[in-house]
Design a binder for this molecule. Structure first.
Ligand code: SF4
Length: 68
């Protein structure tokens, strides 16, 4: 099951670590801030590794939501 993840744009410094670890999930926008391109783009453990790798703590895992 894929994790859902949020990016705090105020904290993101555009290091790109999350893109390295989970390239199927994250991309940079035109301000070099990380955005979630595809919430299910990588396995949950891969996304968790990316969250842990973020040097500024800009990423946070969200609870999985059923339905909708
Ligand atoms: S690893 Fe963190 S600081 Fe770097 S681009 Fe991703 S969210 Fe931004």
């Amino acid at each position: 099951m894929a994790a859902r993840v949020a990016v705090d744009r105020a904290l993101c410094l555009g290091s790109g670590m999350c893109l390295v670890y989970a390239p199927g999930t994250f991309e940079h926008d035109d301000q070099a801030k990380a955005v979630v391109r595809e919430p299910a783009g990588d396995p949950a453990d891969v996304v968790e590794t990316a969250v842990e790798a973020c040097p500024t703590g800009a990423l946070s895992l969200l609870p999985e939501q059923d339905g909708a």
